[in-house]
Design a protein around this ligand. Structure first.
Ligand code: ATP
Ligand code: MN
Length: 483
């Protein structure tokens, strides 16, 4: 038979060219059959849906069909026909099957049954082959594309900010060191400290925790920019919402005040969710069903009141609630879980930081929609946030989402050189190291704002996945850097 060009399964399933000879390649999800005929569900990752391959056992030798198990890779040439069975509209009547790679069923870890997410994390090298992870991978891709499209359509420029950074102004001890020094035997200065002058860059360097400071430099010339890069945090928080390596989207805009900043954040989140609904319906449908099955095993009061797609649509319909930190504290202080001390961290005074349990209470119980909180106390926020006239609060804004808590953190930036310098001194930010940042406030400074959206938290929300380790292919968390 002539070499036929491979058709992707997604394209095949969308076509109706019955009678045509086609070639498909992929991995076996399941094989079942009878004496004379086998049915193989084949998937190539282009869609959540499998194509059914019907194999008349006359066309293939017995040894060969024995080698076709879940996980094996096949190249199938056959005729595209209308399906007789229910559940699919078409199938391929195999004329020729080539086994590209076998998968010994005694060794292959993925069997055609539901595996736990914990088990699959240990098989991250193979979990792309499950329906759940292929769906998440396609949604993740669609969201990456949509982020770039959103900003491109608005005329923002994508800026690559450095991954290795020489400043730790933002890191506050939660950074990963980058060095080529011999750590067993580092060069020392006269007073016994490590001599970083002999290190690769001639100074201490770390992996970045954020591209913001450099993005600000670009915004103060190009007006509207964004970064979309990896960020690294050596915080030892083993939660379902924290990774040591994650991707962040950070727009930074000249001439935007805090209200413009909030408008952009809300518009962007809605755009991305709408994009997923419009372009990832099959995958969302699958993940929604998966979640519903999971919910059945939960206690009634822990069940989510909304189905996945319903939850996504719900975010699009309403304006986000916008409140100040002070209002949030009042609501929380008077809330039932606070009075009954059911919060792990009971809110007592103005000034305490909001924990994720508080954020989720505001969103899920009180407002029943996403909430943007502004005007946080200056002492719990970063040095670069613009100080309000009360001298107590800053123009910060956090966007809080159901299930996630904080999904975006942003602010209007302090554009006054003197106020910025004062805040840096108060907060022990090394001003000598930050000379370049300070200079932008000396030369042509303007009001400007920006925010950071944690990409994996967005994917968690869109896919409904409970653990952030399941929305990035190879999660990096404390004690875990396998694969
Ligand atoms: P949190 O309080 O939830 O730890 P943060 O206030 O430290 O977050 P920011 O520094 O404001 O986070 O970072 C901006 C965004 O990046 C957050 O709103 C969140 O979506 C995301 N993010 C922060 N830390 C992590 C992490 N360790 N893993 C994944 N995403 C993160
Ligand atoms: Mn934050």
């Amino acid at each position: 038979m002539d070499k036929l060009k491979r058709t992707k399964i997604v394209d095949l399933l969308g076509s109706g060219e019955f009678g045509k000879t086609v070639n498909v390649k992929g991995w076996v999800r399941t094989k079942r059959g009878s004496k004379n005929v086998a049915f193989i569900a084949l998937n190539d990752g282009s869609t959540i849906n499998n194509v059914q391959i019907v194999v008349d056992l006359g066309i293939i030798n017995e040894n060969e069909i024995q080698n076709i198990y879940t996980g094996a890779a096949l190249s199938v040439t056959g005729e595209l026909v209308e399906s007789q069975g229910s559940g699919q509209k078409l199938e391929v009547n195999a004329k020729q099957i080539e086994i590209l790679g076998t998968a010994d069923p005694d060794e292959y870890p993925l069997q055609p049954k539901r595996h736990t997410l914990e088990f699959l994390r240990e098989k991250a090298h193979l979990r792309f082959r499950t329906s759940t992870f292929s769906a998440i991978s396609r949604i993740r891709h669609a969201m990456i594309f949509a982020v770039h499209k959103f900003f491109n359509d608005k005329g923002f420029l994508n800026i690559h900010t450095p991954i290795i950074t020489g400043s730790d102004a933002e890191g506050a001890g939660e950074m990963f060191k980058v060095t080529t020094l011999d750590i067993e035997n580092p060069p020392k200065t006269e007073d016994g400290k490590i001599n970083y002058k002999e290190d690769f860059f001639g100074k201490e360097t770390n992996l970045t925790v954020s591209g913001q400071l450099e993005a600000e430099l670009a915004a103060l010339a190009l007006s509207e920019v964004y970064t979309f890069g990896p960020t690294f945090r050596a915080e030892n928080s083993n939660t379902t919402r924290h990774l040591a390596e994650f991707w962040m989207i950070e727009p930074e805009m000249a001439f935007y005040d805090i209200n413009d900043d909030m408008d952009l954040a809300e518009e962007m989140l809605k755009y991305l969710i709408d994009y997923a609904l419009k372009n990832c319906a099959d995958d969302l449908g699958f993940l929604g069903k998966r979640l519903q099955d999971e919910e059945k095993n939960k206690k009634a009061e822990e069940r989510s009141p909304m189905e996945l797609m319903e939850k996504l649509r719900f975010v699009l319909e309403d304006d986000f609630a916008r409140i100040t930190y002070t209002e949030a504290i009042d609501i929380l202080r008077n809330s039932k879980p606070n009075k009954k001390k059911r919060f792990q961290f009971v809110i007592e005074d103005w000034g305490s930081d909001l924990q994720s349990e508080h954020e989720r209470y505001l969103v899920e119980k009180h407002f029943k929609k996403p909430v943007i909180v502004t005007g946080y106390p200056k002492k719990i926020k970063s040095f670069y946030m613009k100080l309000n006239d009360d001298d107590k609060t800053v123009r910060a804004m956090d966007v809080l989402f159901p299930q996630i808590g904080e999904i975006i953190g942003g602010s209007q930036r302090e554009e006054s050189h003197d106020k910025l310098l004062k805040r840096m001194r108060e907060m022990n930010v090394p001003e000598e190291e930050m000379w370049w940042y300070l200079e932008t406030r000396k030369f042509g400074t303007v009001p400007h704002s920006g925010f950071g959206l944690g990409f994996e938290r967005l994917i968690q929300f869109v896919t409904g996945m409970g653990n952030i380790r399941d929305v990035i292919p190879f999660p990096r968390t404390p004690q875990n850097a396998e694969f």
